[in-house]
Write a protein that binds this ligand. Sequence first.
Ligand code: GDD
Ligand code: MN
Length: 362
Amino acid sequence: MLTQLFYIGLLLVLIHVAVPLLYYIIILAYVRRPWPINPINVSNEELPTVSIIIPTYNEENMIVGKLDNILEQNYPLSKIQLIISDSSNDNTQAKIEEWLSRHRGVDLNYIKSPRMGKGHALNKALELASGNIIVTTDADSLWAKDSLINAVKWLINEQVGLVSCIKAPRGGGLTEDAYRRLYNNLRIGESKVHSSVVFHGELLAVKGNLLKSIGGFPTDIGADDSYTGVKVASMGLRAIIPGDVTCIEYVPSNGYGRWRVRRAQHLLQSFMKSIKLPKPSNYKPIYYTEAYIHLVNPWLLTIGAILLLASGGLLAYALVALGIMLLVWPPFRAWVIQQFILMYAMVRNLWTKELMWEKISK
Ligand code: GDD
Ligand code: MN
C-alpha cells in the first residue's frame, strides 16, 4: 500500500515535470527556425490607419508618459487616431487635457463612462474607432519605437489576424526576469507553429473588420486580450507574438503577489471560455498542451508531493527534501511559485472573477 503511494506520487511528479519540459523543448526548437510567414513592407503612404485605444482607470501617474511614448512611435501621426476610454476618479482627465493643449495636432478622442471593467471600456472606444487596424494598449506600458510599425507590417500579411508583443519587465527582479525570458521564447515559438495562446494588453493589434465581426472584446472574463487572440486563431487566422514587437511593463513593487494571482485568474478564465472553440489542426497541440499545463498540471505536483510524503519511505522524504533544496535555483523557484499561483487562482475564480480590480501603483 505504502509503496503503491510512493510510485503513484513519483509518477505524478514525473508527469508534472516531463510534459512541460518536453513541450518547451519542442517549442523552443521552433524559435531557432525561420518564420513560415513574413511581415510585409509598404511605403509610408500605403500604411493602414490605426486606432489606438487606451483604457484608463486612475492612471494620473502614467498617462502623460504613455501619450508621449505613442508620439515617439516610428509611424505617421496623420494615420493615428487615439481613443482614451476613461473611468477614473483621479486626475487622469485633467492630465490628458493638459497634454492635449500642448499637442493640438493629435487626433485624440476622450470618452468617459462609469467603471464597468476593461472589456467594457474597450468596446465603448470601439464604437468610435475608424482605423483599419485597432490597437489596444494599457496606460502603464511603453512600446519600443518600432513596435507599432512592426506589428502593422505583420498584419498586412493576409494570414495574420492579430499581433501582440513580447514583454520586457521593469522592476520584477531576477525571478521575474528568468520567467519572462522563457515565457517570451515560448510565445515566439508557438507563433511560428501557428499562434500563441497568451496575448498582452500592453499591445494588442487586430484587423479592424475582424474585431468588429466577432463583436469586439469579451466582457464576461478578465483576459480580453488572450481570449481575443485565441478566438482569432480559432478562425484559422494567425494570432502571433513576433520578437520585433516589444513593450516594457512596469511590475508593481508592492501588491506583486495579488497582481500575479489576478492575472492568472484572468488567463484561466480565457482558457475556460475558449476551450470549446473549434481550432485549426496545427494549433490544437499548442492550445491543448498549454491548457493542460495551466489547468491540470499544477495539481499533479502538489498531489504527487503529498502522496510521496504519505508513503513515508526514506527515499520519498529524500526526494521531497531535494525538491525543497532546489528552490534556491531561481528558474525552479519561479516555476514552483507559478504552480501555486495557478492553483490558488483557479480556486479563487470560484467566488470572484476580479473583473474590476484594485489599482496597484507601479
Ligand atoms: N476604463 C477602464 N475601466 N479602464 C480600466 C479598468 C476599468 O474598469 N480596469 C483597468 N483599466 C485599465 C488600466 O487603467 C490600464 O490601462 C489597463 O486597463 C490594464 O489595467 P492594469 O491595472 O494595468 O492591469 P494589469 O497590468 O494587471 O493587467 C494585465 O492583465 C490583464 C488581464 O489580467 C494587462 O495585460 C491587461 O491588459 C489585461 O487585461
Ligand atoms: Mn498593467
